[in-house]
Design a protein around this ligand. Structure first.
Ligand code: MTE
Length: 315
């Protein structure tokens, strides 16, 4: 079974300080080895060295039991088109991303619009470690120990109005900073969106770290979204603005190619995609492919939100 129920979580899974410190030392060693390996490795090490530990972290009953993907893979195989179209580009070029000071404006159809400093966000709610699969539409997947808390905790602060139906996420964009060989297909800033009920779902994570530390730049520092039952492109990185609106927004991928990238982007093995077979996926670091699960394995939690919808049309 994918989801651990709260009753199955022993108190020992709440990371005690000494375990956390040991893990940290281990990670630092790993990062050091990586930095020594190659020039690309040195770049990744530099980014990782910019991160700092986040503690204490509560374990989440919503974590998968699967083994997390190795940290060096998570740091070096990325999609972050502002910093290049190659999987290795973000780890080489995202060092240009200025992550402090940083703030996120939350506005639109809300009673209390507000700008949140990154330190306010880090302190807003208890940080959890949530081990989720990230399933990309390109038919690969990873398992990442993310750190964050439900986006709902942030949205509650601004008091959404009754007329708000969608939430729009805007990523950082400065043409002077992004890597010049960026992917011409997408327009920036990168825009993503969710229906309000999806945004308020407890699985939707406002993400501030991974592997026990603040987010590395190539993974969307200092704050990103992770929506585990949807293809990875819904998980906007380096978010600067969250806006509540009435109409479904035109988001970056459907804007670039509406036939192949939908607004909903729910993981769906029955989906026909012209470039990638969605029935199976390759877990990064593994050789053999494995079957893809409907809603990335979270059907019990999320399927009810789409009852009555034709998921081939609303893809
Ligand atoms: N966010 C921004 N701003 N720009 C991007 O190019 N790529 C998306 C998503 N968020 C992207 C983004 C895609 S396609 C994926 S699969 C995930 O980020 C990858 O996240 P990761 O590199 O941390 O694994």
């Amino acid at each position: 079974m994918l989801i651990r129920r709260p009753a199955d979580i022993p108190a020992s899974r709440i990371t005690p300080r000494e375990v956390f410190e040991r893990r940290r030392a281990f990670l630092r060693r790993g990062v050091g080895m990586l930095a020594a390996a190659t020039w690309g490795g040195a770049a990744r090490g530099r980014h990782a060295a910019d991160t700092r530990p986040l503690a204490p972290l509560a374990a989440s009953p919503l974590s998968t039991d699967e083994a997390p993907t190795a940290l060096d893979r998570i740091l070096s195989y990325n999609n972050f088109y502002e910093f290049g179209a190659g999987k290795g580009d973000p780890s080489l070029y995202a060092h240009a991303l200025p992550i402090r000071p940083w703030s996120v404006v939350v506005d639109g159809l809300v009673a209390r619009p507000r700008r949140f400093d990154i330190d306010d966000l880090l302190a807003l709610a208890p940080l959890e470690e949530r081990i989720y699969r990230l399933r990309c539409v390109e038919a690969w997947s990873m398992v990442v120990p993310w750190v964050g808390y439900p986006l709902a905790a942030l949205l509650r602060q601004v008091e959404p109005l009754g007329s708000a139906r969608y939430v729009v996420f805007e990523s950082y964009y400065d043409p002077a900073v992004v890597h010049p060989h960026f992917f011409g297909f997408l327009e920036f800033p990168y825009i993503e969106g969710l229906r309000l009920d999806e945004a308020l779902h407890p699985l939707t994570l406002l993400t501030l770290g991974l592997y026990g530390e603040t987010l590395p730049r190539q993974n969307g520092a200092p704050v990103r979204l992770v929506v585990p039952w949807k293809y990875g492109y819904k998980s906007a990185k380096s978010v600067v603005r969250i806006r509540l609106v009435e109409e479904q927004p035109l988001t970056s991928w459907p804007r670039a190619d509406h036939r192949n990238y939908g607004f909903y982007a729910n993981v769906n093995p029955a989906l026909e995609h012209p470039h990638w077979d969605q029935r199976r996926e390759r877990r990064i670091g593994e050789f053999l492919k494995r079957p893809t699960q409907m809603f990335n394995g979270y059907a019990d939690q999320v399927a009810a939100m789409y009852s009555g919808m034709d998921l081939q049309r609303a893809f």
